[in-house]
Design a protein around this ligand. Structure first.
Ligand code: TRP
Length: 464
């Protein structure tokens, strides 16, 4: 049997796992959710969930991977025959995420191009449509057909070429240089944004929790974001764990990945949220959703000295962060198809591209020609985002907790963490979270949201 290669040392493992975790989730998704769900209170809930849920789930997944040396589907099956289904359930998540991830990746590529080709100033302004209405550059862009689809196709195509020819290593090397540059640039941009007039008001909104903004929806959004951003509840960390060496500490690796991932998300929020208040009209901007970064940042770059260059560099780095994630997402799906359906790499790639086009096209058109088509009141992109983050991932996480807490028992994970005399410092916290805290919270939140969905569908308005 082929021996599974392992990462060279703990740093190698942390970098690889963090490389997969850091992506659009941190830079694009976190800020708009934080803006929408009450700023400081969202941040607080997120951090509390990260050190409890996030920590316990990531530890469990990595330990399961390292113990079995297998990827998700086989790993669950090996530990307990009847639980193979959980691996399959987890595998659906990347399949839903990748298509719309590529749509957003296309938006990033478009903005990078706009900044590089001297159109930076346009991106901060408004455009008058043929009907005479004035809309922002971003809104006019996503309402189109050819352009957003073209950029989506380009992003998806590039990802596919890398996966098809198995040249991930080259991309990883480049992204190792890009990541630190992205961090330095983000600090610079956040620093500048914070000095803009009115930004302090925004900073306050972002970091001071206002409990009157708290709702079940805040917790659901924060939980979904946690899973998404840390690539949890989709089997990914099991695969990463399977490559980890026995002598390296799982617990401290998990802490490092978490701090890294949350740090970058926080920084992205710092670039965007205070700036919302500085560029005006926070009332409408805070709830802008997926377009927030593309609307606010060009305005910051417009005000900034050499903003055009900083902006271009920024979008290049974000594009790379997005590509490493999309490549890893596609690789996961392709290898699953290769194993399960005995396909060759090429066939599997073609099938995955087909699925991405099928699900990605409506997501891309949902802001333009298909804007009137709504599923449960949501546009296609938001619907896929909702189904994966707020429904499937919490369900996978719930099953994972039940599996670890009551089927294979927490001792299995604890033993794996404590191998080679590694002390598991947060053993108590881990056990309580996996057995009681996480499952109860997830059930409560899911039940409330299901009731809310039914209520919304029958009455037309939400009660939360
Ligand atoms: N965590 C990634 C991000 O923040 C997105 C992601 C979700 C991902 N699942 C993944 C990346 C699986 C790689 C593999 O953008």
């Amino acid at each position: 049997m082929e021996k599974r290669s392992s990462f060279s040392g703990k740093i190698g493992f942390i970098m690889a796992a963090a490389g997969s975790a850091v992506g659009l989730g941190n830079i694009w998704r976190f800020p708009y959710l934080a803006a929408q769900y009450g700023g400081g209170i969202f941040l607080l809930v997120y951090i509390v969930l990260a050190v409890t849920f996030g920590f316990a789930l990531m530890t469990a997944e990595i330990a399961i991977g390292r113990k079995t040396g297998l990827s998700a589907v086989e790993a669950y099956g090996k530990l307990h025959k009847k639980w193979k289904f959980l691996g399959y359930l987890a595998a659906i998540v990347p399949i839903i995420i990748l298509p719309y991830y590529s749509v957003i990746g296309g938006w990033v590529a478009k903005y990078m191009w706009a900044f590089m080709s001297g159109d930076a100033a346009d991106t901060a302004g408004n455009i008058v449509t043929s009907a005479g209405a004035e809309v922002s550059y971003f809104e006019s862009f996503i309402a189109g057909v050819g352009e957003p689809i073209g950029w989506f196709a380009l992003f998806l195509g590039f990802t596919a070429v890398v996966v098809l020819f198995g040249v991930e290593k080259g991309i990883e090397k480049v992204s190792k240089i890009m990541m630190p540059v992205l961090i330095v640039l983000s600090v610079l941009i956040a620093g500048y944004a914070l000095c803009m007039d009115g930004a302090m008001e925004g900073l306050k909104y972002y970091i001071v929790p206002n409990f009157s903004h708290f709702s079940v929806k805040t917790v659901l959004a924060a939980m979904g974001q946690l899973f998404y951003s840390m690539s949890l509840a989709m089997g990914i960390m099991i695969t990463y764990g399977s490559y980890m060496k026995k002598k390296d500490s799982i617990e401290s690796s998990v802490r490092h990945i978490e701090i890294f991932d949350t740090g970058i998300a926080f920084l992205a929020g710092l670039m965007i949220i205070p700036a919302i208040f500085a560029v005006g009209d926070p009332e409408t901007q805070l709830t802008k959703g997926p377009g927030l970064m593309f609307i606010v940042l060009p305005k910051v770059f417009e005000a900034m000295p050499a903003g055009e260059i900083v902006g271009a560099a920024f979008f290049v780095m974000v594009l790379f962060a997005a590509l490493t994630s999309s490549i890893s997402l596609m690789e996961t799906i392709v290898s699953l198809f290769m194993d399960k359906f005995k396909m060759g790499r090429k066939t599997a790639c073609v099938v995955v591209i087909g699925i991405c086009i099928l699900l990605g096209l409506p997501s891309s058109l949902g802001n333009g020609p298909l804007a009137s088509v709504k599923i449960m009141g949501l546009a296609f992109l938001d619907f896929f985002d909702f189904i994966s983050n707020s429904v499937l991932m919490p369900i996978v996480a719930l099953f994972t907790c039940i599996f670890v807490g009551y089927v294979i028992k927490t001792k299995t994970v604890v033993d794996e963490v404590e191998i080679h005399n590694c002390k598991f410092k947060s053993k108590g916290l881990f056990t309580i979270v996996i057995k009681y805290f996480a499952p109860i919270c997830i059930v409560l939140i899911l039940a409330t949201s299901i009731v809310d969905i039914i209520y919304t569908l029958t009455t037309g308005s939400s009660w939360l």
